[in-house]
Every structure is written in structure tokens, then in C-alpha cells.
Design a protein around this ligand. Structure first.
Ligand code: SAM
Length: 263
């Protein structure tokens, strides 16, 4: 297929490996009755396999209007499809209805905003199988002590089950990007793995401590208290750095800190 001229700004690196496309759709394991959203269907390489699944409905959200006629021609006659010309980042989830299952080979430039939009709408999403830059996938699954461990790792590991399923080399895309990719699955949980009393406070703690990830907690936690001596009451080793603490340990720290915090 010759295809359209790819626009770099839209992260248009089209997958040319049918086998990887099939594996991705198989990983979602669509069941009859499922409502599926595909983010950025492009020329339809994943959609081709989704069309063979028993999904009840398939919503394709594509920002590039040049791709819509091709998608309509290929999938428009299948009544389960809804082909939407929109930016996923501003597309509103329908107010009613069940939980969605999401799939997509995500555009690199907006991968993080898309992942966090899924995260923020997790009440409407059962799970997602998405292709992302390899480093992004590795960051989401990495644990304490790893260079890649940071706020996204902590939040996704507390509110989701994340797995790195397989890698996809750069050579199988048109045009060839500068990075390799990884396919991850994200299963959104109804509740975080440990209870979090005040999520806003917890996120503020994360931003503060990871903002200076190489510094000891003794220094980064100071702004939260009137008197630095109150930090001694936290019953935490204040010589540690945030990158050494598991997501659960960071929640425990935040839960203790909130008792002494100046607010
Ligand atoms: N699914 C196709 C494939 O695997 O070959 C295309 C993947 S390509 C990496 C990313 C696709 O997302 C492109 O079709 C691009 O136009 C679309 N896209 C980029 N930004 C988008 C956005 N904000 N909302 C919806 N689609 C977007």
C-alpha cells in the first residue's frame, strides 16, 4: 500500500508488521459484548484484526481527516463501527454505558497525555493494550532503585496492573522512527492496591519528592511541616530517597505526613 504522506507531528509511524498487529489485538482478548475504543487507527492495521473480533461496538478515534475516508471504505459497512474524526485528548466519553476496552498504537508526541487521560477516566475503562515508546513502557513497570522509576510508575502500579507484553523493533514502521516500541497492557483497578486517604495530598507529596529525586526525604519533606523536628515523628528513615521507596511505602509515608502537614 502506498498510503498517505505521514505527518511527524501526529506521530504517524504506521505499523507494517501484520503479525505484531494480530498479536496486539489477540492480547486484548475481546469477548462478545465488549465495547472497544481504538485510538489513532491510521490506515487500519489493528482495526483489520479488531473487525474479526466478537466486539459489540468498535469506536475509532482518528485526528487526521485524510484517513477517515479510507477507514469508512474499509469498515463503514460493519454496523458495529463508529468512526470519529476527533482528537482523543478532547473527545468526551459518552455519559452512560459500560466500561470500555482500549487499544492503540499511540502517537509518540502525546503518549503521556493519552496515558494520563486514560488514567483519569479509569472509572470508564476496563483495560488497555497500547503500543508506546519502549522507554515509556519500561518506566511504567519499573520498580524502586531503577533509573526509570518515577511518578508514572508509582501511580500506574497503585491504580492498575501493568504488564510489558512484547517489544516491537523500529524497522517495522513506515517511516522508521528513532525509537523502538513496546506493547503494554494496563488493567485499571476499582480501588488502589492500598487505600489512599487523600489522593490530592499524595500527588503533591510525589511531585515534591520526585522533583528532587536524588535528595534525602529529610530535605524534600521540609516544606510540609512548620517544624522540621516533626519529621522525626514519621517513623521513617529520612536518609532515604524517594526512588528507593516502593509505591506502597510512598503511600504509607504520605499517610503519616498528612497528620503533621501545614495546609
Ligand atoms: N494504528 C495505526 C498503525 O498502527 O499503523 C496508526 C498508528 S500511528 C503511530 C498514530 C495514529 O494516531 C495516527 O493515525 C495519527 O494520525 C493518530 N493520532 C495522533 N494524535 C492523535 C490524537 N490526539 N487523537 C487521535 N488520533 C491521533
Amino acid at each position: 500500500m502506498v498510503g498517505i504522506a505521514p505527518i511527524k507531528r501526529l506521530g504517524q509511524h504506521f505499523l507494517r508488521d501484520e503479525d505484531a498487529a494480530r498479536r496486539m489485538v489477540e492480547s486484548l482478548a475481546v469477548s462478545p459484548g465488549d465495547h472497544v475504543i481504538e485510538i489513532g487507527p491510521g490506515e487500519g492495521v489493528l482495526t483489520h484484526w479488531l473487525a474479526r473480533s466478537p466486539a459489540k461496538s468498535l469506536t475509532l478515534i482518528e485526528i487526521d481527516g485524510r484517513l477517515i475516508p479510507g477507514l469508512l471504505a474499509r469498515f463503514g459497512s460493519d454496523g458495529r463501527f463508529r468512526i470519529v474524526h476527533a482528537d482523543f485528548l478532547s473527545w468526551e466519553f459518552p455519559e452512560s454505558g459500560g466500561k470500555y476496552r482500549v487499544i492503540g498504537n499511540l502517537p509518540y508526541a502525546v503518549t503521556s497525555p493519552i496515558l494520563f487521560r486514560l488514567f483519569d477516566h479509569r472509572i470508564r475503562i476496563h483495560d488497555a493494550v497500547v503500543m508506546v515508546q519502549k522507554e515509556v513502557g519500561e518506566r511504567l513497570v519499573s520498580g524502586p532503585g531503577c533509573k526509570a522509576y518515577g511518578i508514572p510508575s508509582v501511580l500506574f502500579q497503585l491504580y492498575c496492573r501493568v504488564h510489558l507484553l512484547f517489544y516491537v523493533p523500529r524497522e517495522v514502521f513506515r517511516p522508521v522512527p528513532e525509537v523502538d516500541s513496546a506493547v503494554i497492557s494496563v488493567h485499571f483497578l476499582d480501588e488502589p492496591v492500598v487505600p489512599i486517604a487523600d489522593e490530592t495530598f499524595f500527588k503533591t507529596v510525589l511531585k515534591t519528592v520526585f522533583g528532587q529525586r536524588r535528595k534525602m526525604l529529610r530535605n524534600t519533606l521540609k516544606p510540609f511541616v512548620d517544624d522540621p523536628r516533626s519529621l522525626e515523628k514519621l517513623d521513617t528513615d529520612l536518609r532515604r530517597r524517594p526512588e528507593e521507596l516502593s509505591p506502597e511505602a510512598l503511600v504509607a509515608l504520605s499517610e503519616k505526613l498528612i497528620r503533621y502537614a501545614v495546609r
